[in-house]
Design a protein around this ligand. Structure first.
Ligand code: GDP
Ligand code: MG
Length: 452
């Protein structure tokens, strides 16, 4: 049996779990450890998440994702080169040697149910986009203990939406087919998206990025081929609205497209007896049926090749790691109850974080324009220059793609003005003090000159 601890470069970290009484327990220290790293804080962020029922092969698949990532990307704990940039070139043999034991997230953990929670791989992968030079950090996230007979639909829905909020690629791992009741996990997500769309004044794109339905042990290969092409046709069929479906699931079907930038589906064949039932199976690919191995390989590449990486966005803006950490901590806090938070509270929190970040950037812009005028600022023109810089920054704010409704736009504009005025008072006091000191120093200097 594999253990978590034998991977040379990383380990699974539980950042959030459900207590026995159903409360969400968050490990903020661990969140800090994973996201606070000078190497990554300004990088744009990609988070791959897998979610689905216990013993569905999620951690197994994620460990092959880790193999791909370690073979092809540099990481904090396994830097490919010390200085400069590591250029991506696909290692054709990224699957490793045929009987190599599978390490990483703990998998095949037996009949005992895992702790329910969200687990993030402690190491972070680094990539620089060739054409733009943009730097990216890639995170891998596992979930466990959900979507089985022990977990309630509300638990499932809230973890589903929480992991959507945190991830940029969400893979929903399902056995054999998409079952009608599994679509209800998506209901909360669609409600959140509908609320966001209704409450926003600007057209800012969809709240979430990518959703993939991943169907394991697909045994309908005569109708739909394996992989994402067959998956697309299958998904189209499942997503058709029919009158005999429950109203809430009809509504999920109608609105799901407005929640995600892209929805895909991938059909995987059965991996073969050695993988699904092998007693002492170590996770190596030597035991996989050939068609499974090929499809697994293309799936991992379709998720993680540089051109396929999906960045995390809020309000159509790419987030960096530092900002993402703040969102994650706020979201986790909001979910720290044994009830489902209201969609309106999640949305409000998102708007607040987004707009606070925006006005922080605006204040930085104001400071910069003041510094540019530093040499010509004196007692007579200081207020005039301040007003000019403030106007410029407020115009910049008015032109920005804001999040939320008109009320938010107005409230945060006033907050921006307040922040600017507060900074200006500090600046002027400092300046006056400096001028005073300068005067004193000059007087002293003149006295000395006189004496001499
Ligand atoms: P998790 O609970 O969803 O994380 O499942 P694990 O990754 O721990 O895997 C549970 C078991 O499923 C392991 O014994 C794997 O060998 C096996 N497994 C992995 N992929 C597949 C698959 O596609 N189909 C089947 N039937 N079993 C799989
Ligand atoms: Mg697992």
């Amino acid at each position: 049996m594999s253990t978590d601890h034998d991977h040379p470069y990383g380990k699974p970290i539980t950042v959030m779990k459900f207590s026995d009484t159903g409360e969400v327990v968050v490990d903020n220290e661990e969140v800090d450890k994973i996201f606070n790293h000078p190497e990554i804080e300004d990088r744009k962020i990609v988070i791959l998440s897998l979610i689905g029922a216990f013993r569905g092969g999620k951690s197994f698949l994620l460990n092959y994702c880790l193999r791909f990532l370690y073979a092809n990307y540099s990481s904090i704990n396994d830097p490919k080169i010390a200085d400069g940039e590591f250029l991506f070139e696909k290692d054709k043999n990224w699957m490793g040697i045929c009987d190599e034991a599978l390490k990483g997230f703990s998998w095949r953990s037996g009949i005992k149910r895992d702790t329910v929670g969200i687990i993030i791989w402690s190491d972070v992968f680094l990539h620089t986009i060739d054409k733009t030079g943009e730097k990216i950090a890639i995170f891998v996230m596992d979930t466990q203990g959900l979507f089985d007979k022990h977990s309630s639909p509300t638990d499932n829905s809230r973890i589903f939406v929480l992991s959507n909020l945190i991830s940029s690629i969400q893979v929903l791992n399902l056995a054999n087919r998409i079952q009608e009741d599994q679509l209800q996990y998506l209901q909360f997500t669609t409600e959140f998206a509908a609320f966001a769309l209704e409450n926003t004044i600007e057209n800012v794109g969809k709240p979430f990025q990518n959703l993939m339905f991943l169907i394991r042990d697909w045994n309908n290969g005569d109708y739909y081929n394996y992989g994402t092409v067959g998956g697309r046709s299958y998904l189209e069929e499942v997503m058709k609205v029919k009158t005999n479906q429950k109203p809430e699931l009809q509504s999920v079907r109608k609105t799901i497209a407005s929640c995600f930038d892209e929805i895909t589906c991938c059909l995987l064949p059965n991996p073969g007896k050695g993988v699904s039932r092998g007693k002492n199976y170590n996770g190596s690919w030597s035991e996989m049926d050939e068609d499974f191995k090929e499809e697994l390989q293309s799936l991992v590449e379709s998720l993680l090749l540089p051109d396929n990486l999906i960045k995390k966005k809020i309000n159509s803006m790419d987030l960096n790691v530092k900002e993402m950490k703040q969102y994650i901590q706020h979201y986790l806090k909001l979910f720290q109850t044994n009830q489902i938070p209201k969609v309106s509270s999640i949305y409000e929190l998102t708007v607040e974080r987004f707009m606070n970040n925006m006005i922080d950037q605006c204040v930085e812009d104001y400071k910069l324009s003041i510094y540019r005028n530093e040499d010509i600022i004196n007692e007579d023109n200081i207020v005039e220059i301040h007003n000019k810089c403030k106007e410029r920054t407020l115009t910049m704010y008015d032109d920005e793609k804001k999040m939320g409704n008109l009320g938010h736009a107005i409230t945060f504009r006033s907050k921006l003005e307040e922040d600017i005025e507060k900074y200006f008072v500090e600046y002027r006091d400092q300046k006056e003090e400096n001028l005073e000191k300068l005067k004193e120093a000059r007087a002293k200097f003149e006295e000395i000159v006189k004496k001499d």
